[in-house]
Design a protein around this ligand. Sequence first.
Ligand code: FAD
Length: 625
Amino acid sequence: MRNFDIIVIGGGHAGIEASIVAVQMGCSVGLVTMDKNAIGRMSCNPAIGGSAKGHLVHEIDALGGFMGLIADKTGIQFRVLNKSKGPAVWAGRCQSDRKLYSQEAVNLVTSFKNLEIIEDSILEIYEENKRISYVKTISGNEIKCKALVICSGTFLNGLMHTGLTSIKGGRFGEKASIGLSESLIKMGFSSGRLKTGTPPRLKKESINFEILEEQKGDENPKPFSLRTNKNRFPFLPQISCHITYTDRVVHSILEKGFDKSPMFTGLIEGVGPRYCPSIEDKIVRFSDKLRHQLFLEPEGLDTDQIYLNGFSTSLPAEIQYEAIQKIKGLENAEMVRPGYAVEYDYFPPYQVDLTLETKLIKGLYFAGQINGTSGYEEAAGQGMMAGINAALQIQKRPEFILKRSEAYIGVLIDDLVSKSTNEPYRMFTSRAEHRLLLRQDNVDRRLLKYGYEFGLISKELFNEMKERETFITVGRDLLSHTKILPNQINQLLESKNLSGIYNAETIDKLVKRPELSLKEILNLFEQAEMKVYNNLIDKEKLLEDLEIEIKYEGYIRRQEDLVVKTEKLEKTLIPLNFNYNNLKTISTEGREKLSKIKPHSIGQATRISGVTPSDISVLLVYLKS
Ligand SMILES: Cc1cc2nc3c(=O)[nH]c(=O)nc-3n(C[C@H](O)[C@H](O)[C@H](O)COP(=O)(O)OP(=O)(O)OC[C@H]3O[C@@H](n4cnc5c(N)ncnc54)[C@H](O)[C@@H]3O)c2cc1C
């Protein structure tokens, strides 16, 4: 029987990160996936990042993952979203060339010597004494492993719907995975059913872009990855997207098809994504809205396909087509393929712990859509964490868990495990209570140390970060001592209709004014003390980082204080085998939830819905005694 340290099932966004991270940490890895050429395929939107998802990409990158690098290489439009809001919610997004993204991913995974790609489908998995043992493929091969990471996406018993037609499949043109779910259920896992959907693709030449609103990318696009060569970025020509809208007429045509909608006739049982609803869902849920915005996004540089973002649907194809013809700019649009919905099995994530290892079977990890999430970035973040932890376990090293105050990835996994989910989970900045600490600008200072510790980040990059960190500390100190005289700054203040100063003020105090940037203040002076800035690489970015630290200092400090206060609860650990039946005075629901979720710490226990503050007090008293 063949043998690997780690087998990863699925070459999607979770599987790519899991397998690459594990091989880089010194493990032999077998990546078993149904179609080699579909590695890294974007099932739906050809875009990476966006609100909160962009944060995840930066975090994956700082840990040593590859999603950001691939996106940088294959991006055809880059934008930072929410620039008018505070820096905590700035979020990078890129429109990718779908074909090139997948090609780049294939090139990457095939470049590692100890990572073997096996084109096959896993049918069954086997354990021995509650520890993962081996897997069996559809072609009859048996492969042994010390750890198994399942990243099977939307493929488990996948069923695709367009109108009243349903066919088995994981996504367009690809077979479903049959057998694996049943094998897991036989082991004692519980499963559920979710659904997601995708819009129709249109032929570019048939769209009248002339009459549509153009949406350009940023003038100075910023890469996701700290490792991208900025001198060569962007690597590809940059293109525009376009915006159009539905209207009442379009809605009434779509409504005609509701009696043949798999969603409304009960054909689809799985719960859909609340925050990424289909167009038919939007018409019903927001019936007072006269129109919905749609984005026309090119699928690549040399393809003729346009992705109709915002028009995800599983209505009959002829209804989709008829409605599209009534949309401005799409009057003559040719539909290359209709939208559809896909239903699939997932395994509610209370069944994994914070390392993403299942509580039932040692050495078995779940990552990505199988845990009930939706989105490439959420999947990739979990893939990283599962891959790292699987490797650490094999090497008998301590497990790796990111705290909620350290990373969105920490928030994501803690939410999944502590609250579980019965609908597709996607990341939002509002899910992170410490979001002012989890900014894109400080991601290197938050996470590079871990990537470096695991051998995924080079010493050079780590040292550069240390240098930046020192700069920020030194710069912060310098600016709080360097004073500006009224005659040096008042002209600038007047030009901005701001009140002038009468006495000398420190630079940091002035930078706190929202209308002033650090750069423009420093431009006014050529002070000897400021030479420190000239020696440092990436000066522009450094000044931006320093400015954020100063401007938001008060808020940041408050969040840091809060983290310190709650840290005590996070550090009060609960043994994994703790018997909650010993606690006679806690609520029945509290006992049930605590026994099911088995929280690591009191902090985690407080986040489980149904566990009351008095349950926590009882637990604390018991643990102390
Ligand atoms: C139609 C559709 C619409 C979507 N819409 C959205 C959306 O609007 N917004 C959004 O955020 N996300 C959307 N998604 C979800 C997004 O594609 C996933 O969240 C993301 O791709 C999950 O990554 P993953 O790595 O978990 O799995 P995937 O990217 O799905 O990859 C799974 C991989 O596992 C392989 N595999 C599965 N079972 C086996 C097996 N038994 N043996 C071997 N290999 C196996 C498959 O071949 C595949 O390569 C959509 C997905 C689909 C299909």
